[in-house]
Ligand binder design. Structure first.
Ligand code: NAD
Ligand code: MG
Length: 288
Protein backbone atom coordinates (compact mmCIF):
# COMPACT_ATOMS: atom_id res chain seq x y z
CA UNK A 1 0.00 0.00 0.00
CA UNK A 2 1.29 3.51 -0.85
CA UNK A 3 2.71 5.53 2.07
CA UNK A 4 0.39 8.56 2.22
CA UNK A 5 2.95 10.54 4.16
CA UNK A 6 5.34 10.16 1.21
CA UNK A 7 2.58 10.98 -1.29
CA UNK A 8 1.96 14.33 0.38
CA UNK A 9 5.61 15.13 1.10
CA UNK A 10 6.68 18.28 -0.76
CA UNK A 11 10.36 19.12 -0.19
CA UNK A 12 10.17 22.78 -1.20
CA UNK A 13 7.13 24.88 -2.03
CA UNK A 14 7.80 27.41 -4.80
CA UNK A 15 8.04 31.00 -3.50
CA UNK A 16 4.75 32.74 -4.26
CA UNK A 17 2.49 35.44 -2.96
CA UNK A 18 -0.95 36.84 -3.68
CA UNK A 19 -2.94 39.68 -2.18
CA UNK A 20 -5.28 38.45 0.61
CA UNK A 21 -7.55 36.52 0.60
CA UNK A 22 -5.79 34.71 -2.27
CA UNK A 23 -7.12 32.21 -4.76
CA UNK A 24 -6.55 28.49 -4.54
CA UNK A 25 -6.75 28.14 -8.32
CA UNK A 26 -3.63 30.34 -8.66
CA UNK A 27 -1.49 28.40 -6.17
CA UNK A 28 1.40 26.14 -7.11
CA UNK A 29 0.94 23.31 -6.31
CA UNK A 30 -2.86 23.48 -6.07
CA UNK A 31 -3.95 22.20 -2.63
CA UNK A 32 -5.65 18.80 -2.52
CA UNK A 33 -9.36 19.35 -1.81
CA UNK A 34 -10.23 15.65 -1.82
CA UNK A 35 -12.61 15.94 -4.78
CA UNK A 36 -10.99 12.96 -6.46
CA UNK A 37 -9.98 10.97 -3.40
CA UNK A 38 -12.59 11.34 -0.63
CA UNK A 39 -14.86 8.30 -0.28
CA UNK A 40 -18.25 8.97 1.34
CA UNK A 41 -20.27 6.52 3.44
CA UNK A 42 -23.61 8.36 3.80
CA UNK A 43 -22.54 9.64 7.22
CA UNK A 44 -24.30 12.98 6.66
CA UNK A 45 -27.22 11.82 4.53
CA UNK A 46 -30.10 14.36 4.61
CA UNK A 47 -28.06 16.80 6.73
CA UNK A 48 -27.90 20.49 5.82
CA UNK A 49 -24.68 22.42 6.39
CA UNK A 50 -23.75 26.10 6.37
CA UNK A 51 -20.00 26.46 5.84
CA UNK A 52 -17.99 29.71 5.97
CA UNK A 53 -14.66 30.04 4.16
CA UNK A 54 -15.85 27.24 1.88
CA UNK A 55 -14.33 28.38 -1.41
CA UNK A 56 -10.77 27.27 -0.69
CA UNK A 57 -8.42 25.48 1.66
CA UNK A 58 -9.88 23.64 4.63
CA UNK A 59 -13.48 24.87 4.21
CA UNK A 60 -13.53 23.74 0.59
CA UNK A 61 -12.29 20.25 1.49
CA UNK A 62 -14.96 20.10 4.21
CA UNK A 63 -17.73 21.14 1.79
CA UNK A 64 -16.64 18.52 -0.75
CA UNK A 65 -16.40 15.76 1.87
CA UNK A 66 -19.82 16.71 3.28
CA UNK A 67 -21.33 16.44 -0.21
CA UNK A 68 -19.64 13.03 -0.64
CA UNK A 69 -21.34 12.07 2.64
CA UNK A 70 -24.77 13.16 1.37
CA UNK A 71 -25.20 16.69 2.81
CA UNK A 72 -26.59 19.79 1.07
CA UNK A 73 -24.54 22.94 1.48
CA UNK A 74 -24.71 26.72 1.72
CA UNK A 75 -21.27 28.17 1.14
CA UNK A 76 -19.99 31.58 2.26
CA UNK A 77 -16.79 33.28 1.07
CA UNK A 78 -15.66 36.77 0.03
CA UNK A 79 -16.94 38.16 -3.32
CA UNK A 80 -13.40 38.32 -4.76
CA UNK A 81 -13.13 34.53 -4.33
CA UNK A 82 -15.97 33.77 -6.78
CA UNK A 83 -13.79 31.73 -9.15
CA UNK A 84 -12.77 29.30 -6.39
CA UNK A 85 -16.36 29.09 -5.10
CA UNK A 86 -17.75 28.31 -8.56
CA UNK A 87 -15.34 25.36 -8.81
CA UNK A 88 -16.69 24.02 -5.51
CA UNK A 89 -20.24 24.47 -6.76
CA UNK A 90 -19.44 22.42 -9.88
CA UNK A 91 -17.87 19.62 -7.83
CA UNK A 92 -20.77 19.43 -5.37
CA UNK A 93 -23.42 19.47 -8.08
CA UNK A 94 -21.56 16.70 -9.91
CA UNK A 95 -21.93 14.62 -6.71
CA UNK A 96 -25.71 15.09 -6.91
CA UNK A 97 -26.00 17.41 -3.87
CA UNK A 98 -27.60 20.85 -3.60
CA UNK A 99 -25.44 23.93 -3.06
CA UNK A 100 -26.11 27.65 -2.82
CA UNK A 101 -23.33 30.25 -2.92
CA UNK A 102 -23.76 33.25 -0.58
CA UNK A 103 -20.77 35.60 -0.90
CA UNK A 104 -20.32 38.35 1.66
CA UNK A 105 -18.17 39.87 4.38
CA UNK A 106 -18.52 38.32 7.85
CA UNK A 107 -17.03 41.44 9.46
CA UNK A 108 -20.48 43.00 9.08
CA UNK A 109 -22.94 41.92 11.78
CA UNK A 110 -25.91 42.45 9.47
CA UNK A 111 -24.36 40.23 6.80
CA UNK A 112 -24.22 37.34 9.29
CA UNK A 113 -28.00 37.60 9.74
CA UNK A 114 -28.49 37.82 5.96
CA UNK A 115 -26.34 34.71 5.46
CA UNK A 116 -28.47 32.75 7.91
CA UNK A 117 -31.69 34.00 6.29
CA UNK A 118 -30.49 32.85 2.87
CA UNK A 119 -29.28 29.53 4.24
CA UNK A 120 -32.62 28.85 5.93
CA UNK A 121 -34.54 29.81 2.78
CA UNK A 122 -32.49 27.27 0.82
CA UNK A 123 -31.91 24.47 3.33
CA UNK A 124 -34.71 24.76 5.90
CA UNK A 125 -33.14 23.88 9.26
CA UNK A 126 -29.35 23.93 9.62
CA UNK A 127 -27.94 20.70 11.10
CA UNK A 128 -24.28 21.58 10.87
CA UNK A 129 -22.79 25.06 11.23
CA UNK A 130 -19.13 24.98 10.21
CA UNK A 131 -17.12 28.11 10.97
CA UNK A 132 -13.93 27.97 8.93
CA UNK A 133 -13.46 31.54 7.63
CA UNK A 134 -10.44 33.23 9.12
CA UNK A 135 -8.02 36.12 8.66
CA UNK A 136 -4.27 35.75 9.28
CA UNK A 137 -1.66 38.40 8.43
CA UNK A 138 1.90 38.07 9.69
CA UNK A 139 3.41 41.16 11.37
CA UNK A 140 6.81 40.78 12.98
CA UNK A 141 6.74 44.00 15.02
CA UNK A 142 3.83 45.01 17.26
CA UNK A 143 4.62 48.67 16.66
CA UNK A 144 3.55 48.10 13.04
CA UNK A 145 0.37 46.20 13.94
CA UNK A 146 -2.33 48.63 12.82
CA UNK A 147 -5.62 49.14 14.62
CA UNK A 148 -7.30 48.31 11.32
CA UNK A 149 -5.62 44.89 11.14
CA UNK A 150 -6.31 44.25 14.82
CA UNK A 151 -10.02 44.99 14.49
CA UNK A 152 -10.36 43.16 11.17
CA UNK A 153 -8.71 40.02 12.56
CA UNK A 154 -10.89 40.01 15.68
CA UNK A 155 -14.07 40.87 13.73
CA UNK A 156 -13.50 38.10 11.19
CA UNK A 157 -12.31 35.38 13.55
CA UNK A 158 -14.12 36.10 16.83
CA UNK A 159 -17.00 38.60 16.51
CA UNK A 160 -18.47 36.88 13.43
CA UNK A 161 -18.47 33.60 15.33
CA UNK A 162 -20.81 35.14 17.93
CA UNK A 163 -22.91 36.99 15.34
CA UNK A 164 -23.38 33.93 13.13
CA UNK A 165 -24.16 31.53 15.98
CA UNK A 166 -26.66 34.03 17.47
CA UNK A 167 -28.42 34.35 14.12
CA UNK A 168 -28.39 30.61 13.42
CA UNK A 169 -29.49 29.40 16.85
CA UNK A 170 -33.26 29.49 16.21
CA UNK A 171 -32.70 27.28 13.16
CA UNK A 172 -30.50 24.62 14.78
CA UNK A 173 -32.68 21.67 15.81
CA UNK A 174 -31.65 19.14 18.51
CA UNK A 175 -28.74 16.93 17.36
CA UNK A 176 -27.19 19.85 15.49
CA UNK A 177 -23.45 20.32 15.51
CA UNK A 178 -21.44 23.54 15.53
CA UNK A 179 -17.81 23.19 14.52
CA UNK A 180 -15.32 26.03 14.99
CA UNK A 181 -11.78 26.24 13.65
CA UNK A 182 -8.97 27.19 15.99
CA UNK A 183 -5.27 26.51 15.37
CA UNK A 184 -2.06 25.13 16.79
CA UNK A 185 -1.45 28.89 17.27
CA UNK A 186 -3.98 28.84 20.15
CA UNK A 187 -1.43 26.87 22.23
CA UNK A 188 1.88 27.57 20.49
CA UNK A 189 1.70 31.19 19.25
CA UNK A 190 4.30 32.46 16.78
CA UNK A 191 5.99 35.79 17.53
CA UNK A 192 4.63 37.32 14.31
CA UNK A 193 0.96 36.35 14.77
CA UNK A 194 0.08 38.32 17.93
CA UNK A 195 -3.44 39.26 16.80
CA UNK A 196 -4.28 36.03 14.95
CA UNK A 197 -3.00 33.61 17.61
CA UNK A 198 -5.02 35.46 20.26
CA UNK A 199 -8.22 35.05 18.23
CA UNK A 200 -7.58 31.32 17.90
CA UNK A 201 -7.15 30.94 21.66
CA UNK A 202 -10.43 32.83 22.07
CA UNK A 203 -12.20 30.51 19.63
CA UNK A 204 -10.94 27.41 21.44
CA UNK A 205 -12.12 28.85 24.76
CA UNK A 206 -15.51 30.02 23.43
CA UNK A 207 -16.12 26.56 22.01
CA UNK A 208 -16.14 25.21 25.56
CA UNK A 209 -18.50 27.85 27.00
CA UNK A 210 -20.92 27.46 24.10
CA UNK A 211 -20.83 23.66 24.43
CA UNK A 212 -21.96 24.09 28.06
CA UNK A 213 -24.54 26.76 27.19
CA UNK A 214 -26.17 24.69 24.40
CA UNK A 215 -26.06 21.27 26.07
CA UNK A 216 -29.70 21.46 27.13
CA UNK A 217 -30.70 22.25 23.55
CA UNK A 218 -29.01 19.05 22.30
CA UNK A 219 -26.54 21.09 20.25
CA UNK A 220 -22.89 20.02 20.37
CA UNK A 221 -20.05 22.51 19.89
CA UNK A 222 -16.56 21.30 19.00
CA UNK A 223 -13.46 22.65 17.30
CA UNK A 224 -10.67 21.57 14.99
CA UNK A 225 -7.10 22.70 15.60
CA UNK A 226 -5.14 22.53 12.33
CA UNK A 227 -1.36 22.61 12.10
CA UNK A 228 0.42 23.93 8.99
CA UNK A 229 -1.90 23.29 6.03
CA UNK A 230 -1.16 24.28 2.43
CA UNK A 231 -3.85 26.90 1.65
CA UNK A 232 -4.27 30.43 0.21
CA UNK A 233 -4.23 31.90 3.74
CA UNK A 234 -0.52 31.09 4.04
CA UNK A 235 0.69 32.53 0.71
CA UNK A 236 -1.41 35.71 0.97
CA UNK A 237 0.35 37.20 3.99
CA UNK A 238 -0.47 34.64 6.68
CA UNK A 239 3.10 33.38 6.66
CA UNK A 240 6.33 35.32 6.36
CA UNK A 241 7.34 34.92 2.67
CA UNK A 242 10.73 33.41 3.60
CA UNK A 243 8.92 30.60 5.46
CA UNK A 244 6.93 29.43 2.43
CA UNK A 245 9.51 27.10 0.80
CA UNK A 246 9.96 25.07 4.03
CA UNK A 247 6.36 25.43 5.19
CA UNK A 248 5.40 22.58 7.54
CA UNK A 249 8.76 20.79 7.39
CA UNK A 250 9.35 21.04 11.14
CA UNK A 251 6.33 18.93 12.13
CA UNK A 252 7.02 15.39 13.37
CA UNK A 253 5.57 14.08 10.09
CA UNK A 254 8.05 16.36 8.29
CA UNK A 255 5.61 18.04 5.95
CA UNK A 256 2.68 20.43 5.58
CA UNK A 257 -0.81 18.95 5.61
CA UNK A 258 -3.26 19.15 2.73
CA UNK A 259 -6.84 20.42 3.21
CA UNK A 260 -8.22 16.99 2.28
CA UNK A 261 -6.53 15.59 5.38
CA UNK A 262 -8.76 17.76 7.62
CA UNK A 263 -12.06 16.66 6.12
CA UNK A 264 -12.44 13.40 8.05
CA UNK A 265 -12.28 15.16 11.43
CA UNK A 266 -14.93 17.71 10.38
CA UNK A 267 -17.13 14.88 9.08
CA UNK A 268 -16.76 13.00 12.36
CA UNK A 269 -17.77 16.02 14.48
CA UNK A 270 -20.78 16.67 12.22
CA UNK A 271 -21.98 13.07 12.25
CA UNK A 272 -24.03 11.25 14.87
CA UNK A 273 -20.95 9.08 15.53
CA UNK A 274 -19.60 11.91 17.74
CA UNK A 275 -22.85 12.15 19.74
CA UNK A 276 -21.12 12.09 23.16
CA UNK A 277 -18.41 14.61 22.27
CA UNK A 278 -18.86 18.30 23.02
CA UNK A 279 -16.55 21.17 24.05
CA UNK A 280 -13.66 19.26 22.49
CA UNK A 281 -10.88 20.35 20.14
CA UNK A 282 -9.28 17.81 17.79
CA UNK A 283 -5.72 18.47 16.65
CA UNK A 284 -4.83 17.75 13.03
CA UNK A 285 -1.25 18.95 13.11
CA UNK A 286 1.12 16.32 11.73
CA UNK A 287 2.11 15.60 15.34
CA UNK A 288 2.94 19.12 16.52
P1 NAD B 1 -8.25 29.83 3.15
O1 NAD B 1 -7.68 31.12 2.74
O2 NAD B 1 -8.49 28.82 2.10
O3 NAD B 1 -9.61 30.03 3.92
C1 NAD B 1 -9.93 31.17 4.68
C2 NAD B 1 -11.23 31.70 4.17
O4 NAD B 1 -11.70 32.69 5.08
C3 NAD B 1 -11.14 32.39 2.83
O5 NAD B 1 -11.33 31.50 1.77
C4 NAD B 1 -12.27 33.41 2.91
O6 NAD B 1 -13.39 32.96 2.19
C5 NAD B 1 -12.63 33.44 4.38
N1 NAD B 1 -12.66 34.81 4.89
C6 NAD B 1 -11.62 35.57 5.30
N2 NAD B 1 -12.05 36.79 5.67
C7 NAD B 1 -13.41 36.77 5.51
C8 NAD B 1 -14.43 37.73 5.72
N3 NAD B 1 -14.18 38.95 6.22
N4 NAD B 1 -15.71 37.38 5.41
C9 NAD B 1 -15.98 36.16 4.91
N5 NAD B 1 -15.05 35.22 4.70
C10 NAD B 1 -13.78 35.53 5.00
O7 NAD B 1 -7.28 29.25 4.27
P2 NAD B 1 -7.41 28.04 5.29
O8 NAD B 1 -6.03 27.83 5.76
O9 NAD B 1 -8.17 26.92 4.72
O10 NAD B 1 -8.19 28.70 6.49
C11 NAD B 1 -9.36 28.14 7.04
C12 NAD B 1 -9.33 28.23 8.55
O11 NAD B 1 -8.31 27.37 9.04
C13 NAD B 1 -9.03 29.61 9.11
O12 NAD B 1 -9.89 29.85 10.21
C14 NAD B 1 -7.61 29.49 9.59
O13 NAD B 1 -7.34 30.35 10.67
C15 NAD B 1 -7.57 28.05 10.03
N6 NAD B 1 -6.24 27.48 10.13
C16 NAD B 1 -5.46 27.33 9.02
C17 NAD B 1 -4.19 26.79 9.14
C18 NAD B 1 -3.29 26.60 7.96
O14 NAD B 1 -2.12 26.25 8.15
N7 NAD B 1 -3.74 26.79 6.74
C19 NAD B 1 -3.72 26.41 10.40
C20 NAD B 1 -4.54 26.58 11.52
C21 NAD B 1 -5.79 27.11 11.36
MG1 MG C 1 -10.48 31.48 -0.23
Amino acid sequence: MANKNEKYKIKHFPKQSQPAPGLQNRMSPIPDDGAASYIGHDRLKHKKALITGGDSGIGRAVAIAYAHEGADIVLNYLPEEASDAQEVQGIIESLGQQIKLVPGDLKSESFNQKLVNEAVAFLGDINVLVLVAGKQQAEIDITNLSTQQLTDTYATNVFSLVWLIKAALPHLPPNSSIITTNSIQADQPSSFLVDYAGTKAAIKNMTISLAKQFSNRGIRVNSISPGPIWTPLQISGGQLPENIPNFGQSTPLGRAGQPAELAGAYVFLASDESNYITGESIKVTGGL
